[in-house]
Every structure is written in C-alpha cells, then in structure tokens.
Design a protein around this ligand. Structure first.
Ligand code: ADP
Length: 187
C-alpha cells in the first residue's frame, strides 16, 4: 500500500499518518523528518537545508528527489510507504511519477486533509503558545510563511492529482477520530 498524504502545517497530518502506518504496516517517509536528521547530524546537506527550513522556504527539488530515490528502495519500504511532505512542488510530482514507473510501483491513494486557513492560523497560534515543539521553524512568522508556501507551491500539486481523478479530500476540521474514520473509509 503506497499513500501520499497532503495537508498544510497544522492539519494534523502526523496523527493521521501514524494510524495508517499501524493499520497497513507500512513506513512513513517524511522529507521534513529526513531533512531534520541531516541538520542534526550536521552533514553538508543539513547545513545547506537548515537556513532554508528556518525561513519556511522549500529545499531544492534536486536534493529532495535524490533523498526520496534512495529512501523508497530500502527494504523497510517493501510493504509500502506513506509519503508525508512530498511531493511539494509540481516538479517533484512529475519526477516521482518517473521514479515510480522505473520501480514498477504505484500510488494507491492520494489523500488531502483540508483545513481552512483561518482555523490553521488559530491552531498555529495555540501550538506556538504551548510551545511543546523543539522545531526551529515552529514560530508564528515561519508557520505563516509555510502556509503561504503551501498555497503557492503545493496546492498546484493537489490540483495535479485532482485532475488525474486520484485525489481524495478529507475534512480536517473535525475531531481527530472523525478525520481518521473518514480516511479509513477510503480503503
Ligand atoms: P510542515 O510541518 O510544514 O508540513 P515538514 O516537516 O514537512 O513541514 O518540512 C519542514 C521543512 O522542510 C519545510 O518547510 C521545507 O523547508 C523542508 N521540506 C520538507 N519537505 C520538502 C519537500 N518535499 N520539498 C522542499 N522542501 C521540503
């Protein structure tokens, strides 16, 4: 089972990904997590990515594609994977199609968790004030920037899958359990 999960920052993507991972015994491939590991390990890539991430901007498609290509051929992906935070640009989506084709793999479901911008901003203010996070890019200015980048770069990707009739949109403005229920109904 291979899944793509879309959702703006604050949509509750992580929570829902967890449920799908347990249900299908698949792994989560989060480009954000992978980049944060590189930053932590202070690799060259990590050093390059850090400034971009701290600004809420996007790391280059080239870096992301090379990370993804290496990741999805690892043995833990043999049951399948959830792509989280990827593809984030049209270029990445088109490149992904090519990579999947060469590996004879398919995406089974493309799911978008949809949340109004107004509610996202409220959630973000709450998340920042509770500041349980240790993420450098979790401050309200950067989060607003990330939502903006999501709208500019990632909504066209969502449209790409919608036009291909592959997209399932889920109302993310309900209780966590309700969102999960709606997602699980797709399978
Ligand atoms: P969010 O919580 O906003 O969804 P992520 O944890 O997925 O964020 O990613 C954090 C940051 O890592 C992004 O703001 C961006 O700088 C970088 N990043 C993650 N995935 C990608 C990607 N597919 N393409 C470009 N940049 C990415």
């Amino acid at each position: 089972m291979n899944i793509i999960l879309f959702g703006p920052p604050g949509a509750g993507k992580g929570t829902q990904a967890e449920i799908l991972i347990n249900k299908f015994k698949i792994v989560q491939v989060s480009t954000g997590d992978m980049l944060r590991e590189e930053v932590k390990a202070e690799t060259d890539l990590g050093k390059e990515a850090k400034l971009i991430m701290d600004n809420g901007e996007l790391v280059s498609d080239q870096i992301i594609m090379s990370m993804i290509k290496k990741r999805i051929v690892k043995s833990d992906c043999k049951n399948g994977f959830i792509l989280d935070g990827f593809p984030r640009t049209l270029k990445q989506a088109i490149e992904l199609d090519k990579v999947l084709e060469s590996l004879k793999l398919n995406i089974d479901k493309v799911i978008e968790i949809n949340v109004d911008e107004e509610l996202l901003l409220k959630r973000i203010i709450k998340r920042v004030s509770e500041s349980k996070t240790t993420r450098n890019d979790d401050n309200s200015e950067t989060l607003k920037k990330r939502i903006q980048v999501y709208k500019n770069d990632t909504l066209p990707v969502i449209k790409y899958y919608r036009d291909l009739n592959k997209l399932h949109t889920i109302n993310g403005m309900q209780k966590i359990e309700e969102v999960s229920k709606d997602i699980l109904k797709l399978f």
